[in-house]
Design a protein around this ligand. Structure first.
Ligand SMILES: *Cc1c(COP(=O)(O)O)cnc(C)c1O
Ligand SMILES: [Zn+2]
Length: 428
């Protein structure tokens, strides 16, 4: 595997990424200095950020977070970013609403408290702004001048916007047949947007090739050679949920799965809060959600397998359509260790769930949100998710980007502008 070095020298002493101390291999623990690397040179396992949190006391850290800005940078002491990150040009995502979903709870029979963590209000209307913000700081630290990614849609928009704000060139790659809302959103920020004839897994393979080629020199691929940094952004979802619950762990959390990165880092974030003494150490369960038309992880979970067999995606939930998810095996580990599960729903159930969430809570989710709400409903019906426990469901994107999913939803009636016509239409 080609593991590229940075455009400029990466003397790790010169790299200030806050509490991030090194990269460490998830498989064998081998440590290397911080750099634009993603695979272990010993075993090809994925590299993750290792931190030095040793100077933190729980009370002082909690106060510092609470006094911080109303965005992800309140958690800067727990992220691979410099201490002055909030002063740099970026999109300042995060601190999105944790909606107490009492109406939805009633429909689903949840009595223990149901919440929707609604990430549709981020700057580019998906959770991806959280992860890109971390990768941007790494790109700055390593001297990259171009930001890039392989994307199922939302990431391309988040990278385009972040690059525009920070003054980077951006060139991003997507499957050529994405939803119009995602294509426009990715293009409008003025960077280069390239459609690849193939699915996401083809796009990803192409990007890996480009990284090893001189044509990709000086390029920071947020989810490839900057992946260890990028991935940490998902921890902020875990931090926010706990802080918004009053520094308490949820009993159950339902998370969508594309590559599986978000789910694994939510677990990492919860573990960190426990280790740091910011929340009480109690059991929690993590549930993964996929669309039936791209369900490699839930298929493996239900079959009791440790390996994830790649699939060819065919679903309206395009933002989750990764047939060969890099973090799939780790998702299986986490679901099993915490006593959770991984489940999938059909496209029809996704559409029903989008409408259910909109009708009950006034939250318009993209198809990925329909997947998590649909899976939540199915897990309750199957007796897998406990309705008497505090449950958090993630909505990771905005329904305006996937309007086709709810095509046919529209006018109740068309009338002439007079009361007779209003009455004739049965609206009085
Ligand atoms: C990217 C994405 C996810 C999750 O992606 P992972 O690769 O599993 O981290 C979830 N929801 C939406 C809307 C996304 O765009
Ligand atoms: Zn290793």
């Amino acid at each position: 595997m080609a593991v590229q070095t940075a455009a400029t020298s990466t003397d790790s002493a010169a790299v200030d990424l806050g509490p991030a101390a090194a990269l460490s291999c998830r498989e064998c623990g081998h440590r290397v200095p911080l750099g634009p690397l993603f695979a272990c040179e010993e075993c090809f396992g994925p590299l993750e950020i290792a931190y030095d949190f040793s100077s933190y006391g729980a009370d002082e850290l909690r106060k510092r977070i609470e006094a911080g800005p109303a965005n992800i940078w309140r958690y800067a002491p727990l992220l691979p970013v410099p201490a002055d990150v909030a002063d740099k040009p970026n999109l300042n995502p995060g601190w999105t609403p944790l909606v107490k979903a009492d109406n939805l709870a009633r429909e689903l029979g949840v009595t223990g408290g149901l919440y929707v963590k609604d990430d549709s209000g981020n700057p580019t209307h998906s959770f991806k702004d959280r992860v890109v913000a971390q990768a941007l700081e790494a790109a700055r630290a390593f001297g990259f001048t171009t930001l890039s990614c392989s994307s199922t849609g939302n990431l391309a928009g988040a990278v385009g916007a972040a690059a525009a704000r920070a003054g980077f060139r951006s060139c991003v790659f997507i499957p050529h047949d994405l939803e119009q809302g995602k294509v426009v959103m990715a293009a409008v920020y003025g960077g280069e947007l390239v459609g690849i004839e193939g699915n996401y897994d083809d796009v990803n393979r192409f990007c890996s090739e480009l990284i090893g080629d001189p044509a990709g020199e000086g390029w920071g691929f947020v989810n490839v050679n900057l992946r260890p940094y990028y991935a940490e952004g998902s921890k902020t979802l875990a931090y926010e949920v706990c802080e918004q619950l009053g520094w308490r762990l949820p009993d159950q959390i339902v998370v969508p799965i594309a590559s599986g990165s978000q789910l694994t880092k939510i677990d990492k974030g919860l573990q960190e809060l426990i280790a740091l003494g910011l929340v009480e150490d109690r059991p929690y369960k993590i549930f993964g959600a996929q669309a039936a038309g791209c369900s490699p992880v839930s298929t493996a979970f239900k079959a009791g397998h440790d390996v994830v067999r790649p699939q060819k995606p065919d679903t309206i939930a395009k933002s989750l359509a990764i047939g060969n998810p890099a973090d799939g095996p780790y998702v299986l580990d986490i679901a099993r260790r915490t006593g959770g599960a991984v489940e999938d729903v059909t496209d029809e159930q996704v559409v029903d769930a989008i409408k259910l969430l909109a009708r009950t809570e006034g939250v318009f989710a993209e198809t990925a949100g329909g997947v998590t709400v649909g899976v939540t409903r199915k897990l309750i019906e199957n007796g897998v998710l406990d309705p008497a426990r505090t449950t958090v469901v993630l909505n990771t994107g905005d329904g305006l980007k996937t309007l086709d999913a709810v095509a046919g939803t529209g006018l109740t009636a068309t009338i002439r502008p007079n009361l007779d016509s209003f009455r004739e239409a049965g609206l009085a």
